[in-house]
Each structure stands twice: as structure tokens, then as C-alpha cells.
Design a protein around this ligand. Structure first.
Ligand code: DC
Length: 228
């Protein structure tokens, strides 16, 4: 495990990735988005028309050399030597990724890849996902679990997609997010849940800067304690 690890877990659109990125910049660490590996494997499966089956997909991930490559500045999701940062955000990948993330062989493969990527960074990482504090880095200095009410998460996701925050977009997005959260929380393997030591932060009524400040303060405190 690298010297400094902060984990940020939580449901879809709770602000994990944007918060993790900003926190990493403030602390001089790197942001590592574990969900992007599940998305890379999903993209590979769709491109190859592969059956959604654990051992097959773990083998495909290996064959296609899926990785989060540390460029010296950030982690880049790579599939067969190609930067797939944009493609993995497409609607088809988003629709299928929860099914792929429910497979234990895929989870094992991703967990090993996350640990290997984190080890490439000289200082440390802020990793976001669903099971990072519970399974991947349970010994992390600070484990955060972000929550926000479903309506607010839908509003943020709609804005992020550049759409109007009208009733139709909000309801549709809210239904999509709820269905993904149900799938991620009810799966048998590593369901979405907070580690008992995680600090839970409800961001519904926080501004983005407030939520970043809160995590940075907690991280500084925890890293100091760990170093002393
Ligand atoms: O955070 P995201 O939307 O990019 O995550 C994509 C999917 O991967 C989502 O269904 C949850 C799953 N995931 C997971 O199960 N465990 C992680 N550590 C990260 C993501």
C-alpha cells in the first residue's frame, strides 16, 4: 500500500470523483477512479460481444491490457494501448456496467489492478469507488462515505450532462440512479456500504468547496496521526 491512501465511497452521483480529484490536488496526491476500470472491462465486453461472465471478462481484461496508467500527472484508463477516457462514459457502458461489476472474478481482477496502480504513485492516492474502504484499502488513513439525497444527486448529474434541470430530465435521471444504486447495494459480492470506521458526509446541503474542505481537513488530521 502506498504511504498515503484516502478512500471515498458512495452511491452514483454523490460527487465522489469530483471531490476525490479536488482533494488529491490539494494534498499533492493523485486521484484514482476505480469505477473507470469496471467501465473499461464493460467497453471491452461490448466491443467483443463477449458474454457477461466473470472468468471470461477477467481474461479479456488481461488480454486487452486494461489498466490505469500513471502518466506522471494523472491516471489514464487504457484498453489495448488506447486511451478510452471518453468512450467509457458513454450510455451503453453506463447501462451495462453494474452487471459487470457484480461478477466476483471481475472484482478480484479490478482490486488487484487498483492496488497495482496505486503502488505506481510515489506519494499516495485518493481512490473513489464503492468498496474501496471496505475491501480494497481497509487500512487507509481516512475512509469517507459520501451521501446525498436522490433528488439532489439527479440534479447534479443532469447539470453535469449539460441538460436542462426540468422535471422530465430529473425524474428520468433519478430513476436511473436509483436502479444503479439498488444493483450496487444489493449485489452479493462487495456491496456498496460504509466501512464501520468511515466518516459519513451528507453533501445534500453542502457546496462543492465545503465538501472538499471537509475531506481535506479530515485527511490532514488522519495523515498526521498516521505519521506521528
Ligand atoms: O463510479 P462509476 O459510476 O464510474 O462506477 C461504475 C460502476 O462500477 C457502478 O455500477 C459501480 C461499480 N463500481 C463498483 O462496484 N466498485 C467500485 N469500487 C467502483 C465502481
Amino acid at each position: 500500500m502506498p504511504s498515503s491512501v484516502i478512500t471515498i465511497d458512495g452511491p452514483a452521483a454523490s460527487g465522489k470523483s469530483t471531490t476525490a480529484k479536488a482533494v488529491a490536488v490539494r494534498l499533492g496526491l493523485a486521484h484514482l477512479d476505480s469505477g473507470s476500470l469496471y467501465r473499461c472491462i464493460t467497453l471491452a465486453a461490448l466491443e467483443q460481444r463477449s458474454p457477461i461472465e466473470g472468468a471470461t471478462l477477467a481474461r479479456l481484461a488481461e488480454e486487452k491490457k486494461i489498466e490505469l496508467h500513471w502518466t506522471g500527472e494523472h491516471y489514464k484508463p487504457m484498453l489495448a494501448g488506447r486511451d478510452v477516457s471518453e468512450e467509457i462514459r458513454g450510455a451503453a457502458v453506463t447501462r451495462s456496467v453494474s452487471d459487470v461489476a457484480a461478477l466476483p472474478e471481475v472484482r478480484e481482477w479490478v482490486n488487484a489492478a487498483v492496488r497495482a496502480s496505486a503502488a505506481q504513485h510515489p506519494k499516495g492516492v485518493v481512490v473513489d469507488g464503492r468498496d474501496i474502504g471496505t475491501v480494497v484499502f481497509p487500512g487507509a488513513a481516512l475512509k469517507v462515505f459520501l451521501v446525498a439525497d436522490s433528488r439532489e444527486r439527479a440534479r447534479r448529474r443532469v447539470l453535469q450532462e449539460g441538460l436542462a434541470t426540468d422535471e422530465e430530465n430529473l425524474s428520468r435521471t433519478s430513476v436511473e440512479l436509483d436502479s444503479r444504486d439498488r444493483a450496487d447495494s444489493s449485489r452479493i459480492h462487495s456491496p456498496l456500504m460504509p466501512h464501520p470506521d468511515a466518516v459519513q458526509i451528507d453533501t445534500t446541503n453542502l457546496t462543492f468547496d465545503e465538501q472538499v474542505d471537509r475531506v481535506v481537513d479530515l485527511a490532514r488530521e488522519s495523515l498526521q496521526k498516521k505519521g506521528s
